[in-house]
Design a protein around this ligand. Structure first.
Ligand SMILES: *Cc1c(COP(=O)(O)O)cnc(C)c1O
Length: 375
């Protein structure tokens, strides 16, 4: 059986976890959490990185930081994971869904401005498959209307847009270290705070609404409840696990990229003959090989291809029933303008197996099976 995903491990995870145990500090913000945050701050040149328990929680923190209140509107694509929307709905926002571009499956930047109303408080670009949205255009619109930009870069760790790391370009960025992502701690995430004005409040929200971080730095002589907050910090065990992977981030990235390119070359002829469509990477983007997908010509064809692959021992998956067509999506949001691409393109997309150290023999078998289906 060729599995769709195998969580990344480097071999050093258990060594670092044992080190954390020996340190005798297992709750959050110990040595390994600091190492991880420092890694992002140095390598990605970001103001402040704070590990969180998930990307979902990083998004929830962002909604609090952006001061989202009852009746505010937040713009995002409908083709995304539920947490992108839920984090804002939890604070009382209404979601305004905007159509995607068929080439990258990212929010269509040319449709954002017409979705803005006097209630719009935030835009949440989702970098699908680790391929960047048009951030220049999105930031230009946001600045013009004084709106916060929160990047859902759950899939985009190590990807770049015009030489800048995803998650460091908007006001706030959110990462996921779920086991299905490129770097993982089982469950985990991070919030990147790219504006000085948000830093102190982000620390407070993450520490149950207290100024505990300032207390530990000796900036106040006792700590107390000062704001909204929750417990968004992961334990040192998770941070130790993650650090073992960050240390080898380049190696993991190169390894995945090799598989991605092998799929892309292997399937090129099928695309040329018009059977499938392969991913497009815009010139200004360098991606992280988070995902390899192809697009079939119809939903029915995709269903048959999944079954065909399954019979040959290959696991393939689709995802994201567009949020605006779900029950909760209808209740908490609206689709602005016409759904030209979101539904139809999501029905054609199929994700192929791709993970760290995916064997070339297995990859070739997947490619072969897809050729057999079509030809
Ligand atoms: C994985 C993912 C999330 C959620 O990440 P968790 O760490 O599991 O909470 C959010 N948004 C997108 C686009 C994702 O792919």
């Amino acid at each position: 059986m060729i599995l769709f995903n195998v969580p990344t491990t480097t071999g050093n995870e258990s060594i670092y976890i044992n080190e954390a145990i020996k340190e005798g500090h297992l709750s959050g913000d110990g040595k390994f959490t600091k190492l991880c945050n420092g890694w992002f701050e140095d390598k990605f040149d970001v103001q402040k990185s704070l590990l969180t328990t998930s990307c979902t929680h990083a998004l929830e923190m962002s909604a609090i930081l952006a001061d989202i209140k009852e009746g505010d509107e937040v713009i995002m694509p409908s083709y995304t994971f539920v947490s992108t929307a839920n984090a804002f709905v939890l604070r009382g926002a209404r979601i305004v869904f905007v159509d995607i571009r068929p080439d990258t499956m990212n929010i269509d930047e040319s449709l954002i401005e017409e979705a803005i109303t006097s209630k719009t408080k935030a835009i949440v670009p989702v970098h699908y498959a680790g391929v960047a949205c048009d951030m220049d255009k999105i930031l230009e619109i946001a600045n013009k209307h004084n709106i916060v930009v929160i990047e859902d870069a759950a899939q985009g760790v190590m990807s770049q847009y015009k030489g800048r790391y995803l998650g460091t370009i908007g006001h706030i960025g959110c990462y996921s270290f779920h086991e299905t992502k490129n770097y993982n701690s089982g469950e985990g995430g991070a919030i990147l705070v790219n504006h000085e004005s948000y830093v102190e409040r982000a620390e407070i929200i993450r520490e149950k609404g207290t100024n505990r971080s300032r207390f530990f730095r000796g900036q106040v002589d006792k700590y107390t409840w000062v704001d909204l907050g929750s417990s968004y910090l992961p334990s040192e065990i998770n941070a130790a696990f993650l650090y073992a992977q960050l240390e080898q981030a380049e190696e993991i990235n190169n390894n995945r990229m090799q598989s991605w390119n092998r799929y892309h070359i292997g399937l090129a002829d099928l695309e040329k003959r018009g059977y499938v469509q392969l991913p497009t990477i815009p010139n200004e983007c360098s991606h992280n090989a988070h995902m390899y997908y192809l697009k079939c010509r119809s939903l029915d064809e995709r269903t048959r291809l999944i079954q065909f692959l399954k019979e040959r021992g290959v696991q393939s998956v689709f995802h994201y029933i567009p949020l605006h067509s779900s029950n909760a999506g209808k209740q908490f949001g609206r689709f602005n303008g016409k759904d030209n691409y979101t539904t139809i393109e999501s029905e054609k997309l199929l994700r192929l197996p791709l993970y760290y150290n995916f064997a070339n023999d297995d990859l070739d078998k997947v490619v072969d099976s897809i050729y057999k289906f079509y030809i």
